[in-house]
Every structure is written in C-alpha cells, then in structure tokens.
Design a protein around this ligand. Structure first.
Ligand SMILES: NC(=O)c1ccc[n+]([C@@H]2O[C@H](COP(=O)([O-])OP(=O)(O)OC[C@H]3O[C@@H](n4cnc5c(N)ncnc54)[C@H](OP(=O)(O)O)[C@@H]3O)[C@@H](O)[C@H]2O)c1
Length: 276
C-alpha cells in the first residue's frame, strides 16, 4: 500500500461517532480525507476542528444516503474532484432506532435501514470501483456489525412484524454479503473489500438513541477500522469479515452463493427503480 500521506480516503458518515473519529485520525496521519455528511454546518464544524488540530485539510461532501439520486451525485462529486481514490469507508449507518420505533422508509420508499446501511454503500462502491481500481492498491472497508440476521428472500424488507433491531441486523448481513460479492468481482484489480464489526455498543448517537448503556469506546472501534484502512499486513487480503481486529465468521447465510445472487439482483432492481 501507499504511504497514508499519499492516499485519498472517502469516509461516509463522518460527522458523528466512529466516522468522525476516523476522519479526524486519518487527517492527523496526513491522508487527504473526503468527509461525507448530510449536514453542511456539521461538515464545516468538522473541517474547522481538523484544521485547528493541525490535521491535513479535509474535503467535505454532502448527501442524504436515504435517496439513491443523492448517493449517485455524491459519487459524481467525488469522481469530479478526486482523480485518485485509495479507500472508501462505508461507515454511515442507521441504528436500531428508539425502542418500539416505527418502520421508516427512505426517500425512495425502501425500508430505511436496508436502504442506508446496505444499498447506499453498495451503490457507492459500484460507482467508485473503477476509480479505486485506477488508483490501486485501494481498499473498500464496510463498517458492518456482529448483529446479523439471515435475510428472508420472501420478506426482505421487514414489512411484517417490523422491529428496528431485526431490520438493522438484516441490513448488516446484507452489507457483509455485498462485501463478499464485491471482493469476488474485484479480484485482480488491486482493490480489496472487507467488512468489520468495529466494537459492541460504542458510545455513539445510535447506541444512545436506543437507550443502551455503552459497552465500549469509540476508540476501540476506531482501532479496528483504522487497521483495515491502513495496515500494510492486510495488503491483498480481501473478501473477509473481521470482528474487531480478529478474522471471524459471519452468519452462515453469507456463505450461500444462491442467497448472495438473489441479494445482488434484488439490490440492483431496487437501484434501477429508484433511479427511474
Ligand atoms: N455504535 C456501535 O456500537 C456499533 C456497533 C457495530 C457497528 N456499528 C456501525 O458503525 C457505523 C457508525 O456508527 P456509529 O456508532 O458511529 O453511529 P452514529 O454516531 O449514529 O453515526 C452514524 C453516521 O451515519 C450517518 N447517517 C445516518 N443516516 C444517514 C443518511 N440518511 N445519510 C447520510 N448519513 C447518514 C450519520 O449522520 P449524522 O452525523 O448526520 O447523524 C452519522 O454520521 C454504522 O455503520 C454502525 O452500524 C456501530
């Protein structure tokens, strides 16, 4: 891998929690960070914090990932502004929601957790894959979770018996299945794709929203994700799932090529419909 000072790294969901800590740390290390957020004021505040702490200047880009057209314009903006891209960290995510929260939909009418946690990152990775390959060696890091649940192809979007934890867990396993699929597609391009559970119940907004007592620090999750972005020992390692810093096995459904094939065409179909 290139020295971090020579890398351009896109981090989604960089205005809060783990993504914010990662963007700040990478900028301190000298990377050119492209920080994504959905609120211009908070992106500006992040840029000022990084500048004040002596980090390399941060570039910001705004998009609501609950709308596929905005995911596409995020990709277009990155492609226009950055002729090289060495890492994409799909970190942005929606948590369990509040206890007994109601089912929510994205702007495109797709169950919100599936849309933001899986579909947006999948679309972004597909749109940026050629630029990553042209900048190789490059990495895609999917911030997933140990909270996973097998998807039901008959009822993938949790329309029946909805609860936020079920929807979240399905979206996180979808993210891991997409990781395996992308990794296979990108073999030979110099782009690796891995998924990681950062740490359990870090002290972040989504954990507080659910009313859960934090069990780990943001710094623990940061170490796990930072390693996947920057550790030269992981050069060439692709299509893997890590729990923290350890290689791990996700829910067995991730290893089922038939379900992965179904998920891929289901996701592509949702994207096609959202774009028309
Ligand atoms: N916290 C944990 O214990 C834990 C455990 C396992 C995995 N994870 C994963 O870690 C990642 C980071 O989560 P976190 O714990 O740092 O939570 P967080 O502080 O709530 O951060 C979530 C980030 O996602 C962004 N986001 C949510 N919906 C979005 C949308 N529609 N469009 C654009 N951005 C959106 C948020 O934007 P705003 O800043 O505008 O709110 C925020 O920056 C997530 O993928 C999460 O699933 C977390």
């Amino acid at each position: 891998m290139r020295p971090i000072e020579d890398q351009v790294v896109l981090v989604t969901g960089a205005t809060s929690g783990l993504g914010q800590a990662l963007a700040q740390r990478l900028a301190q290390m000298g990377a050119t960070v492209v920080a994504h957020g959905r609120d211009q004021g908070r992106l500006q505040a992040l840029a000022e914090q990084v500048a004040a702490s002596g980090g390399r200047g941060i570039n910001t880009v705004r998009a609501d990932l609950a709308e596929i057209r905005q995911v596409d314009s995020l990709a277009d903006t990155v492609l226009q502004r950055h002729h090289r891209l060495h890492a994409l960290v799909n970190n942005a995510g929606v948590g369990f929601g509040p206890p007994r929260g109601e089912r929510e939909l994205s702007v495109d009418g797709i169950e919100l957790r599936f849309a933001v946690n899986h579909l947006a990152g999948y679309a972004l990775a597909r749109r940026l894959a050629d630029r990553l390959a042209a900048s190789a060696p490059a990495r895609i890091v999917q911030v997933a979770s140990a909270a996973q649940l097998a998807l039901d192809p008959e009822e993938p979007l949790t329309a029946v018996n909805y609860d936020g934890i079920t929807a979240y867990r399905r979206s996180k396993l979808a993210q891991i299945m997409a990781t395996y699929d992308l990794a296979a597609d990108l073999v030979g391009t110099g782009v690796t794709v891995n998924a990681v559970h950062p740490a359990s119940f870090m002290d972040t907004a989504m954990v507080r929203e659910y009313g859960q007592q934090p069990l780990s620090t943001v710094d623990e999750g940061l170490q796990a994700v930072l390693r996947l972005v920057t550790d030269p020992a992981l050069d060439g390692v692709s299509g893997r799932y890590f729990n923290g810093i350890h290689s791990a096995e996700p829910d067995p459904q991730a290893d089922d090529p038939a379900v992965r094939g179904w998920l891929r065409s289901f996701s592509e179909d949702l994207l096609r419909r959202a774009r028309t």
